[in-house]
Ligand binder design. Structure first.
Ligand code: RB5
Length: 153
């Protein structure tokens, strides 16, 4: 299942992505479909999204804020989350194949994303790529070890 959410800056982009996911018969849940998001804060939004992502190993998150930076910082503080802030197709593919990313972070205010086709390319690369395993396992285990040592959320 795809878990999608945004802060107030990303509502428009989120809605376009939802339409795109529908067109492509992708199942998703919008966990930030609130009547009023005025002045919400990306740290809260990141936690709402990640909590849902962690409910199932096969879940994937799409987390949006203005730059994608704030939300990715917070997502990556949550145990079990490997969030990737991607601005091109290559990053999106490799984040899945090598980093086993389970959350894609996007910046709604990026000039580059004014062309929605650029977002589509990143979404396709992320959603159609899968973890390579093999030599990457030891690295992913090291990330989990840091999570464990840290305690936290
Ligand atoms: C909100 O104004 C903005 O700071 C937020 O969406 C994000 O870009 C932070 O990184």
């Amino acid at each position: 299942m795809i878990i999608i959410g945004s802060d107030h800056t990303g509502i428009e982009l989120k809605n376009k992505i939802k339409d795109y996911l529908k067109e492509n018969q992708r199942r998703f849940i919008d966990v930030t479909d609130f009547p009023d998001q005025t002045g919400d804060d990306y740290p809260d939004i990141a936690q709402i999204i990640c909590k849902q992502v962690l409910k199932n190993d096969s879940n994937i998150g799409i987390a949006i804020c203005g730059t994608g930076i704030g939300i990715s910082i917070v997502c990556n503080k949550i145990k079990g989350i490997r969030a990737a802030l991607c601005v091109d197709e290559y990053m999106a593919e490799m984040s899945r194949r090598h980093n086993k990313a389970n959350v894609l972070c996007l910046g709604a205010r990026l000039k580059y994303f004014e062309r929605f086709e650029n977002v589509e390319t990143i979404l396709d690369a992320f959603l159609n790529s899968f973890y390579d395993g093999g030599r990457h396992d030891v690295r992913i285990q090291k990330i989990s070890d840091i999570d464990k040592a840290k305690g936290g959320v």
